[in-house]
Design a protein around this ligand. Structure first.
Ligand code: GDP
Ligand code: IMO
Ligand code: MG
Length: 431
């Protein structure tokens, strides 16, 4: 039996949704463990596209999906997403979708604060998704948050909201020049959300434990990417949760001994949405070409993604931080048609060559990428389903990634569709 964690290795949008959907076929249970509706995970099945923000990407494979305690839940977004899935014929009954009673709730003041703070910061903004993620995690850590377990208890919810609303409104109005939140209006509408979500509330840790004891296979779905991690990413240009694999345990209530593998999702090049350093970013025609061919627009905010070459300093940082046991290379088809491809193998900083990601952001922004160049390929690879049948230069590119990371490639994705995939070694095969 295998229990696998899926994480993004770069700055998000690596194609986690596609790979989770694919692997959910042999998993019994899929668990989201951090982040919120800042995530946008795309699945394409039989030509139909689905984007999920909160519901785990195993839902299309009819697996039991869990939203863990580490996730921050905007109830309206979740309910809308459930309705959207229901309309498309997907079973989202309480047996299929369960939410941890311990998950924190994103409140309207969190969203307002997120947006108002960003506009106050002006050119120094982080470029958040504006979904209230940071302020919600702040309240969780400062022990002022409201969890699902409180939301579904009318008396407790009233009490918790009353205890916090004055402070929130003072800050919103006096410091952020934003509008106040109306206590009664929030109480009324959130009480309706509570009724809708109540049947889905569960003790996730207990249920996952029972699943493990029954020999079921768990698939943990990370959101964002390693370099957006609150501790290990390009702080402060990061999200507000730990995105690394270790948090799969904290964010779901499962002990580390049950995790048997960690697959890192690697886009064949690099993208980033929002502000922050990005050493291998391209500002030329090649960058534009990749952006257009890869349709690099954010699945949540629609923002254009910044594009650049694959960066081994970034990737090796992810290999170490997550303890990756295998890689899934995605969007390889997008690189077709380029004469040469570059891989960043280190950073030049003053008279030094850095192989490790520097903690000092000023230093990182002054790093210049050192490139190794490889020949490209012109063939369309989207119909290939076997690694050996890929063009020689494509195979060389993949082998070089394996060499530089000392990590085997388990999956190669050559298109957005579920079937546009080469499975080299299935992570649930136990190897
Ligand atoms: P996630 O946040 O990591 O789940 O990734 P997103 O869904 O935000 O972004 C990945 C985008 O690339 C989506 O539009 C996917 O449909 C698409 N995609 C995933 N894998 C491939 C691939 O191998 N080739 C191409 N062309 N598109 C892909
Ligand atoms: P998925 O799961 C890419 C980025 C935002 C911003 C920073 C902080 O689809 O890969 P936040 O709203 O979290 O406070 O924003 O993090 N960001 C993402 N970038 N993919 C994501 O999720 C992201 N979630 C947050 O653009 O730079
Ligand atoms: Mg995304």
């Amino acid at each position: 039996m295998a229990n696998i964690v899926i994480v993004g290795t770069q700055w998000g949008d690596e194609g986690k949704g596609k790979i989770v959907d694919l692997l959910a076929d042999v998993a019994d249970v899929v668990v989201r463990f951090q982040g919120g509706n800042n995530a946008g995970h795309t699945m394409v099945v039989n030509g139909e596209q689905f984007i999920s923000h909160l519901v785990p990407s195993g839902i299309l494979q009819k697996k039991t999906c869990y939203i863990g305690n580490g996730v921050v839940v905007d109830p309206k977004v979740l309910i809308d997403e459930m309705e959207y899935l229901l309309c498309r014929g997907i079973d989202i009954s309480p047996e299929k979708l369960k939410i941890s009673a311990l998950a924190h709730i994103i409140m309207p003041y969190h969203c307002q604060m997120d947006v108002a703070r960003e506009s106050l910061k002006g050119k120094n903004k982080i470029g958040t998704t504006g979904r209230g993620i940071g302020p919600c995690y702040e309240d969780k850590v400062s022990r002022q948050g409201i969890r699902l377990v409180e939301l579904i208890d009318p008396e407790l919810f009233r009490e918790r909201l009353l205890a916090i609303i004055d402070e929130k409104n003072f800050y919103l109005q006096q410091y952020l020049s934003s509008s106040a939140v109306d206590f009664q209006a929030v109480l009324d509408v959130f009480s309706q959300y509570a009724e809708r979500l109540k049947p889905h509330v569960a003790n996730i840790s207990v249920e996952l434990h029972e699943a493990i004891m029954a020999g079921k296979q768990l698939l943990f779905e990370g959101a964002q990417g390693t370099h957006l991690d609150i501790d290990h990413g390009t702080y402060p240009f990061v999200t507000s949760s730990n995105t690394v694999a270790g948090n799969a345990c904290c964010g779901s209530g499962v002990g580390p001994k049950h995790i048997t593998g960690v697959m890192g999702i690697v886009k064949a090049y690099t993208t980033r949405v929002g502000q922050g350093p990005f050493p291998s970013e391209l500002f030329d025609d090649i960058g534009n070409r990749i952006q257009q061919k890869g349709a690099e627009f954010g699945a949540t905010t629609g923002r254009k993604r910044r594009c650049g070459w694959l960066d081994m300093v970034v990737l090796n940082n992810a290999v170490r931080l997550n303890g990756l046991t295998s890689l899934a290379i995605t969007k390889l088809d997008v690189l077709g048609g380029l004469d040469t491809l570059s891989i960043c193998t280190g950073y030049a900083y003053k008279d030094k060559i850095l192989k490790e990601f520097p903690a000092n952001l000023k230093m990182l922004s002054e790093c210049r990428p050192i490139y190794e160049t490889l020949p490209g390929w012109s063939e369309d690879i989207s119909n290939i389903r076997c690694r050996e049948e890929l063009p020689k230069n494509t195979r060389n590119y993949l082998s070089r990634i394996e060499e530089l990371t000392q990590t085997p490639i388990g999956i190669i994705s050559v298109g957005p569709g579920r079937d546009e995939t080469i499975v080299v070694r299935h992570p649930f095969s136990g190897a």
